[in-house]
Design a protein around this ligand. Sequence first.
Ligand code: PMP
Length: 400
Amino acid sequence: MLFDKFQTMADFQAELAEKEVKPFGAVTEKFLSPTQGIVGGYEVILAGTNNYLGLAYEPSCIEAARKAAEQWGTGTTGSRLANGSFIGHQLLEQELADFYGVSHAITFTTGYSATMGMCATLAGPGDVILLDADSHASIYAGVKLSGADIIRFKHSNPDDLAKRLRRLGDRTSNTLIVVEGIYSMLGDVAPLKEIAAVKREYGGYLFVDEAHSLGVLGATGRGAAEAAGVEEDVDFLAGTFSKSLGSTGGYCVSQHADLDIIRYCIHAYIFTASASPSVVASTRQALKLLREQPELRVKLWLNANQLYAALKEMGLPPGPDISPVVAVELEDRDQAIRCWNALMEAGVYVNLVIPPASPSTNFLLRCSVSAAHTSEQIDTIISAFAKLIKNGQISSRQAS
Ligand code: PMP
């Protein structure tokens, strides 16, 4: 039967319902502040959003969105290729190109469609895509659609990438290498310096998804490529507006003029309605703040360091690098669910991640830190994890 394949999910959801926990799709009923809300009936600190710079609730971004809705209406009702290109979309693209110091930028309605659309279109039948094995679902979706030959290399392993490029010989001139800046599940940073060196040696085109690193890494917040000093080696840099910029949408920038032609070939760009004027306006304002207020990034890193150091100190295993994504990996599903519930009861909302959110991750209690968190709120998050240890719900022996 058509629905047989959904039975495992139905059983899992029924099991959760029996335990009266709702970690997936938990409904936020109210915002009390940029970092506090009522979620699933609990008053909690929001420690599982990707609101890295705290701009999702920023008054000037809200005001920009309000004004744009009044002036331009609530939606564009059409694709960028037809009636859905407003002056705001064009200005946002110019501002992104200016921010990255490149000549070309495209914006998309979601971050997912940006990475999926670019990967699906840049490479085609006869080409090769070499992608990091731990790539985001949007990358896997695009790569599958592309029709290119797909080769995975070991996660963040430049030697494995080099080995596979070497085997490709002349085909490297038709090869797209796809990596991310900060990986979304464990918060580890890609070794872009080494990856760029491999690309320089063997050839190929480098595509970097900076979804979790825009506004987070780099001297001016451009991301992991800026931090690694390899922006010149990146052919296509994509990202999302839904994390540091607190809205929705995605983008791709490039120094290749071909990007302007490619835009007319991307189905995820031409066959979908463009972003609403209010979304474009708040994104533009958030990008302005990202550029003008580097102190947001400084505060974000203070918070990230505070949480990461404390969890490590108590013997929990956060990911390999300090970053605003601080995830504790667990082996057991029921334990992960129990811990998530106990954190909610202690007033802390984090993301519960169940495999296969990314190919090599386990069960995760994934926190994402914001510049808007106060140091006291980070302390409360730390105390909630300490309580899990005290109550025997997590053993600090699980430290890596
Ligand atoms: N790329 C990566 C690496 C992501 O983590 C995400 C979102 N989690 C996306 C793309 C998609 O972005 P959005 O949610 O803005 O569509």
